[in-house]
Ligand binder design. Structure first.
Ligand code: IVH
Length: 667
């Protein structure tokens, strides 16, 4: 054997060993060797592949570390649509489902498989001859996003199967609870916003354009079904699960074959009693599936969900706790927000200590007293909200909370302006507002200064180092080091992040200044229209409202902002510091749609979807499969699908085909 051949063989052996140990560790949860032994094998393989790049293979474990960042995800079409599930919330609804199935199959009793409904993100994985080649999100069920690179970084995704099959499988990517808590702790230390729950964290991670970021996130996956290219020898869901395990997939162990709906109900009930909190991942119910594939086929699908399966959902979670005190926060616009401090309770996977009471009217409507027992839930499963007060449990010593008549931060008088729900502190020098303004200025969508969260902002302000946002650019290392809990490294990083922000485009600065009614979008429009801060400052009501989408309210707010002495001072300092005050003019013709995300629905008449996609992309836009808050436009053809509804809900702008053409033309 030539030396070269020997090295190739060695690489092959290393790959097999590494994947075997990876499988034992991440799928079976039963490691055979120590972490350092594992690292040694991996390092040896990396060294070989670095020296002989031609020996790299697609299924090499070294491919897991995360490649180059992407500009955007490709669209991935699902050969078989990825369906959703109907829900049953009660025993009755579950039994109704069984009645429909029995009627449809004309059988007295049905064999079902009941399994856990993992609360994560649905994905599809494609294998060719046993090698993982493509992975995609569910998207709208028909097309998702190609997230192959990110899925490769998940150690429980096998890069090569134990048999050379060409199959598609489906599963749920999730973040284990412990890992989620640790990740949020780390983020908090770095002043990054924490994720609301493990599902959001998982979804955010697999949708990262930079696979190195995804690789650093502790994700796992359970595979629960075969997709396209099903196999002849598999006739039941139970057999499918067995096969999936044999192929080295991670299959959730808590599935059960149930003969008849009564056994299904027993199993569901056993999970209702809190056992689920012992799991290291979140579930939001159980999925009940007809076991026989021929039965599944005969039942078919309705609209977007199969008739042969149902999700038995756990009741929406509520928790009872006590209002210990009510404090008032002063926001950056001076609005006073009452916040209830609660006895900490666990709710849908996180510990809740505070909940916003919004404003005086909300307080009155809910009639919340200090000392009250309250029921809280998570609105949209994310933000905790007070649902109601348990008035029967009042002891008589509860205390009414009155909105303060002066600002809790600066003592200035507060006012409730006509037509507003909020009381406001109108003192432009209010310290609480100043801190909030700094936090907003540094936030991700504004100047994006990493490491400058609420805690640091308050410290800088209290120490007198920063009294407005422009002072950030005059910070020096020594005084920073005198602050508590700020080490040399974080101080240096902070200064670097501040320095870097100087070259941001004008629209970020404009948004960061926190001018009332000037959100991200208005900031961008204004920056692009005027091109420089100087021109914007000298604009008047008339020239401002001439900008598309800028109305009189925004215009008036801008004019009065730039009239304020305080604002002028800040701008002068920003200029002196060398902060960029210009916006690159949009290059007409070339890529005017940069940063814009489009979704297409329905049949287009003047071009095919592929052509439409190509034109949009040529102009710098992005086309994705499903409507989300990040979508800028939905292009609607004939017979639009559900996306239109979704777009209306999320208030996404809707374009007809000719409006799209006009937009392309204009730009
Ligand atoms: S089966 C046609 N099984 O729940 C059946 N789904 O709305 C398709 N999910 O998006 C799904 N755990 O991501 C199935 N054991 C499980 C599941 C599961 C979680 C998710 C899935 C889907 C959603 C259903």
């Amino acid at each position: 054997m030539s030396e070269r051949e020997q090295i190739r063989k060695r690489a092959q052996i290393l790959r097999e060993q590494i994947e075997k140990h990876n499988y034992h560790y991440h799928v079976l949860d039963d490691p055979l060797i120590t972490d350092s032994e594992f690292d040694k094998l991996l390092r040896e393989l990396i060294a070989i592949e670095e020296k002989y790049p031609e020996l790299k293979t697609a299924d090499s474990p070294t491919q897991r570390v995360g490649g180059k960042p992407l500009a955007s995800f490709d669209t991935a079409i699902h050969k078989i649509p990825m369906l959703g599930l109907d829900n049953a919330f009660t025993k009755d609804e579950l039994f109704d489902f069984d009645r429909r199935v029995r009627w449809g199959l004309n059988q007295e009793s049905i064999d079902y498989v009941a399994e856990l409904k993992i609360d994560g993100l649905a994905v599809s994985l494609q294998y060719e001859n046993g090698v993982f080649v493509r992975g995609a999100t569910r998207g709208d069920g028909y097309q998702g996003e190609d997230i192959t690179q990110n899925l490769k970084t998940i150690p429980a995704v096998p890069l090569r199967l134990s048999k050379p099959l060409t199959i598609e499988v489906r599963g749920e990517v999730y973040m284990p609870r412990q890992a989620f808590i640790r990740l949020n702790e780390e983020r908090e230390k770095k002043s990054l916003p924490p994720f609301a729950n493990p599902r959001n964290a998982a979804a955010g991670s697999v949708r990262q354009l930079d696979p190195a970021v995804a690789a650093a996130r502790p994700l796992s996956i359970f595979i629960y079904a075969l997709g396209a290219n099903s196999l002849e020898e598999v006739n039941t869901h139970l057999e499918a699960l067995t096969l999936l395990k044999e192929l080295n997939f991670k299959v959730n162990p808590h599935y059960r074959l149930c003969c008849g709906i009564n056994e299904v109900w027993e199993y569901c009930r056993s999970w209702l009693e809190g056992k689920r909190f012992d799991l290291d991942y979140e579930i939001d119910g159980l999925v009940v599936k007809v076991n026989s594939f021929s039965g599944q086929q005969r039942l078919g699908v309705t609209g977007r969900s199969p008739r042969w399966a149902i999700a038995f959902k756990f009741p929406a979670e509520e928790a009872v706790t006590e209002v210990q005190k009510v404090e008032v926060n002063v926001g950056r616009t001076g609005a006073l927000t009452p916040v209830a401090h609660l006895r900490p309770v666990r709710l849908a996977g996180s510990i809740i200590k505070r909940v916003s009471l919004h404003n005086e009217d909300f307080l009155k409507e809910k009639d919340v007293l200090i000392g009250d027992k309250v029921v809280i839930h998570k609105a949209g499963d994310i933000i905790p909200e007070v649902v109601r007060v348990l008035k029967d449990e009042r002891q008589g010593n509860e205390i009414k909370f009155e909105m303060p008549t002066s600002c809790p931060a600066c003592n200035a008088a507060v006012r409730r302006l006509p037509g507003e729900a909020a009381w406001r502190c109108l003192n432009p020098r209010c310290p609480a507002q100043a801190v909030e303004r700094i936090v907003h200025f540094a936030s991700r969508k504004a100047m994006d200064i990493e490491g400058l969260g609420p805690a640091v902002a308050e410290q800088l302000f209290k120490a007198g180092l920063v009294s407005d946002v422009a002072d950030l650019y005059f910070l020096e290392l020594d005084p920073l080091l005198k602050l508590e809990r700020i080490a040399t490294k974080s101080a240096t990083n902070l200064l670097q992040a501040i320095e870097k922000s100087k070259s941001n485009p004008l629209h970020r600065l404009l948004y960061g200044l926190g001018i009332r009614f000037v959100g991200e979008k208005a900031a961008r429009l204004l920056a692009e229209h005027f091109g420089s801060l100087e021109k914007l400052i000298s604009a008047n009501q008339k020239s401002l409202t001439a900008v598309e989408e800028i109305g009189p309210k925004i215009a008036a707010s801008i004019v009065s902002f730039f009239r304020l002495d305080g604002s002028r001072q800040v701008l002068k300092k920003l200029k002196k510091a060398g902060v960029n005050l210009k916006q690159e003019r949009r290059q007409k013709s070339s890529q005017p749609l940069i940063g814009k995300t489009f979704v297409l629905t329905g049949t287009l008449e003047q071009f095919s979807r592929q052509e439409a996609k190509k034109i949009i992309e040529e102009k710098g836009g992005r086309v994705t499969g499903s409507v989300s808050r990040r979508t800028d436009y939905l292009v609607v053809g004939q017979n639009p699908g559900k996306k239109l509804e979704e777009a209306h809900k999320l208030e996404v702008s809707i374009l007809t085909e000719s409006e799209l053409l006009a937009l392309l033309d204009r730009s």
